[in-house]
Design a binder for this molecule. Sequence first.
Ligand code: FES
Length: 124
Amino acid sequence: MGIPQPAFYIFKCEQSAPPGMPKPSCVTKDTQDLFQHLATTLMQEGVMGTVQPIRTGCMNRCQSGPVMLVEPGHTMYVGLTKEKIDRIVQEHIIGGNVVEEFVIDSEMWDAPISPADMKKQMGR
Ligand code: FES
């Protein structure tokens, strides 16, 4: 038997903007410990390893931040707090049910364009 793949990767946006930047960012003074909270919660639940939290850069949904993406499933969670992360870990990661009320609005997260179609649109 081989080494098992992770069941989930959780990509947490860790982008911060310097003070005075007009563009919002996912990490501010108030939200800087969310990644640590996620990692600690996964450890406490005993699921670290099969669930891999990843610090990542901007995922272009800054207005809805703090955000994190759960894969597989392409599930983008927005407006995160510690309480929301707790529910996402319990209900989605462990329980297997997406927490719809914390998912980004479908207007902001429409179906993806395949790379082949993107190439056609670009005339290449
Ligand atoms: S800064 Fe987090 S999505 Fe852009």
